[in-house]
Design a protein around this ligand. Structure first.
Ligand code: 0L1
Ligand code: MG
Length: 267
């Protein structure tokens, strides 16, 4: 890893155990920088990598990655200025129209994202939008259910990265489309909760073009000594602000050209 790591191995393992406990038993914890104010972004990724290693050792399968905090709306909402990445496993996936339990989540929020499925592996540094488009099998609409484990959503970038970018659940669906059939910058999205419109936007909100967010993700992976394998499912980041959900809520994300994705939330 070429990132600046300042924490000792013991501290990385300690923080990873703290985040893993909060994620698996669904309780809120103070942001990690309260105890380690000098924590760097590299330290955040060191904790995230340890979390990924542990989940995989327990039998979880890595299915892809997510870019997070990729729109101005999200950055303003969360008070940070740089995007992040996180990993996705089979245990986080939920089918379209699923009833998603909230009892194993802390304070879930939903956001609409364009997801990419890769037909070729990608490696950084220097990955570009065109490299991403050439390596994409198809895109599809997705909803990410994020769940920051930090009390009162009070966190900073290093803490969020350690918490795997707030990754919790994701639902892909709608219509899969080839990228050369679409203008990926101008896809409109409307998010409905219980039949009311609670968010809307256009895909250019994600770094000007969602494929740029995937290129950014591949270049961060290179800094972590990783590549993006063929077959990966990759989410490019929320187009609108994230919206809180609770048991009883139904959510539908309607994407121009890509169809819609729905789910409901239960206890
Ligand atoms: O998916 C994302 O944009 C990451 C969000 C991290 C912060 C949050 O919990 O809202
Ligand atoms: Mg997201």
């Amino acid at each position: 890893m070429s990132m600046n790591i300042t924490l000792s191995r013991e501290d990385i393992v300690r923080l990873c155990e703290r985040v893993e406990g909060a994620q698996t038993r669904a309780y809120a914890i103070p942001k990690l920088t309260d105890e380690y104010p000098g924590m760097t972004i590299g330290d955040g990724y060191a904790v995230q990598n340890e979390l990924r290693r542990r989940f995989i050792a327990k039998g979880h399968k890595l299915v892809g990655w997510k870019a997070g905090l990729t729109s101005k709306a999200k950055m303003q909402q969360m008070g940070v200025s740089v995007p992040s990445i996180g990993f996705l496993t089979d245990r986080m996936a939920r089918p379209e129209n699923a009833a998603i339990s909230t009892s194993d989540l802390v304070h879930p929020r939903v956001e609409c994202e364009v997801a990419f499925v890769m037909k070729k592996a990608l490696a950084g540094p220097g990955c570009t939008r065109q490299d991403v488009l050439d390596a994409t099998d198809y895109v599809l609409p997705a909803v990410e259910i994020i769940d920051s484990r930090f009390s009162g959503f009070k966190f900073d970038l290093a803490s969020v990265i350690a918490d795997n970018g707030s990754s919790a659940r994701f639902v892909g669906g709608g219509r899969a489309r080839y990228v050369d059939e679409l203008d990926l910058r101008t896809l409109g999205v409307v998010m409905e909760k219980n039949g009311e419109i609670v968010g809307m936007g256009a895909s250019a909100a994600v770094m000007g073009h969602p494929a740029d967010a995937i290129a950014m993700l591949v270049n961060i992976l290179a800094e972590l000594g990783e590549t993006l394998p063929a077959g990966s499912f990759v989410m490019s980041g929320g187009i609108t602000e994230a919206v809180a959900v609770k048991p009883g809520d139904s959510v539908t994300a309607r994407f121009q050209e890509l169809g819609s994705v729905s789910m409901r939330f239960v206890e």
